[in-house]
Ligand binder design. Structure first.
Ligand code: MEV
Length: 438
């Protein structure tokens, strides 16, 4: 039964739970128990988690894993990954191990520019607005000085503001297209605060600008917001080795493996249906690091997919080439990540994750995260062009099936042994468990 409720956020946590279980569950005490089962016994820690969001009634756990053996720019890294999909960390670790013996991963940040826009309506002559902007551009930057001064000390700040005429698309619509450096912060709050300051400053000075008519003074600010499309906050990572060092199978020589691999990436470049899945696999690795390090995975996802479609067609974020018997596999992806601010100094596991990574700056975290995406894609394509994806997936999924069937420790041990040489399917596990129990 759906029940309307007023003033819900003001209720105590206990009353919120009471409202939920009485309205949505027949077995109220069981529902309440499930929610409370995940409460932390340390009340201070629980309160910290409660205060991350609104109306929190429990904690939602995700596995926190580590993938060791990542050689990146000559240094070994262990990468923390937060993800529920069973095969992702195994695949990352496998790829890390493979490239460890072949020179490892190389990564470099190409640019770190962030973007924000003030969207507004101006009913008047474009030239007059351009003149107004020219005269007030510096003052706009000065108007945000109290917000920018700390960021400037850390090497960031406002890098430019452009007036953009969008009236061909929507009558009277203009933008302030602003670019920022945000040092080691993701910078969303910084950017949005600057933008809102620009917006209020524009209204203020337009009102007293003598060259504007009364109608022109009536500028309407539609919204001021950062953009999660950050094509100039870009990182590249790659692996490379002589073809002869690539894997071989019964069916494929190293040369054939390289060619098949390149073909698989080409398919993801020209075929959007494949590209989306291909990039989803990349994001398995990226999101896991983004989550473990307390960053905003929705922002990263949105920006990455927009970048994949920047040429008008959705394409692979990775590229594979063979040149002079050298196989190279690379990724280029926008990643607006932060290592200060947000959850980074609040969430104990995020702090731990950053420590495992050697307390990286934003640039380094961009490199590590891009590598995790590339490794994930390498592992996926490797499986797809050789054994198929299900062999590895189902091996890892076996634990989920066994848990669903409530197998005990001894049964699990025997099933794992059995499925080392047998194909995992749900029904096969059911039958085998039944056989064991009988
Ligand atoms: C599954 O989560 C990801 C893959 O489908 C990626 C891919 O097909 O490249 C295995």
């Amino acid at each position: 039964m759906n029940t309307k409720v007023a003033g819900f956020s003001k209720l105590s946590k206990a009353d919120k739970i009471k409202w939920l279980v009485t309205n949505y569950f027949n077995n109220e005490s069981q529902a309440e128990e499930t929610l409370k089962m995940y409460w932390h016994s340390d009340q201070k820690l629980q309160q910290l988690h409660d205060e991350f969001s609104e109306n929190t009634i429990s904690n939602y756990y995700l596995p926190f894993s580590i993938a060791p053996n990542f050689l990146i720019n000559g240094l070994l890294h262990t990468i923390p990954m937060t993800i529920e999909e069973s095969s992702v960390v195994a695949a990352a670790s496998k790829a890390a191990k493979f490239w460890l013996d072949r020179g490892g991963f190389k990564a470099e940040v190409i640019s770190m520019t962030k973007v924000g826009q003030v969207h507004f309506m101006f009913k008047g002559a474009t030239e007059k607005l351009q003149q107004f902007f020219k005269q007030h551009k510096d003052a706009l930057i000065t108007a945000a000085k109290d917000i920018t001064q700390n960021m400037e000390k850390r090497g960031g700040g406002i890098t430019d503001i452009q007036l953009v005429d969008k009236t061909d698309d929507i009558p009277n619509y203009y933008q302030l297209h602003c670019t920022f450096g945000t040092a080691d912060a993701m910078g969303a709050n910084f950017i949005n605060s600057c933008l809102e300051r620009f917006a209020s400053h524009i209204l203020e000075v337009a009102n007293t600008y003598t060259h504007f008519s009364e109608a022109e003074k009536e500028i309407e600010i539609v919204m001021s917001i950062l953009s999660n499309y950050v094509p100039d906050c870009l990182v590249r990572a790659y692996v490379s080795c002589p073809i002869e060092q690539l894997p071989t199978t019964d069916q494929l020589s190293a040369q054939q493996y390289a060619e098949k691999f390149v073909r698989a990436v080409q398919i993801a470049t020209i075929e959007p249906y494949r590209a989306v899945t291909h990039n989803k696999g990349i994001m398995n690795g990226i999101d896991a690091v983004v989550l473990a390090t307390g960053n905003d995975f929705r922002a990263i996802e949105a920006g990455a997919h927009a970048y994949a479609a920047r040429e008008g067609q959705y394409k692979s974020l990775t590229t594979a080439t063979i040149e002079n018997d050298l196989f190279t596999f690379s990724i280029e992806i926008p990643l607006a990540l932060g290592t200060v601010g947000g959850l980074t100094s609040l969430h104990p596991l995020v702090k731990l994750a950053l420590q495992v990574l050697g307390k990286p700056n934003a640039k380094k975290l961009m490199e590590i995260t891009a590598v995790a995406g590339l490794a994930q894609n390498f592992a996926a394509i490797n499986s797809l062009i050789t054994t198929g994806i299900q062999q590895g997936h189902m091996k890892m999924h076996l634990m989920n099936i066994m848990n669903q069937l409530e197998a005990n420790t001894e049964e699990k041990k025997q099933l794992i042994e059995f499925f080392k040489s047998n194909t995992v399917t749900h029904s096969h596990v059911v039958n085998e468990l039944e056989r064991l129990r009988n």
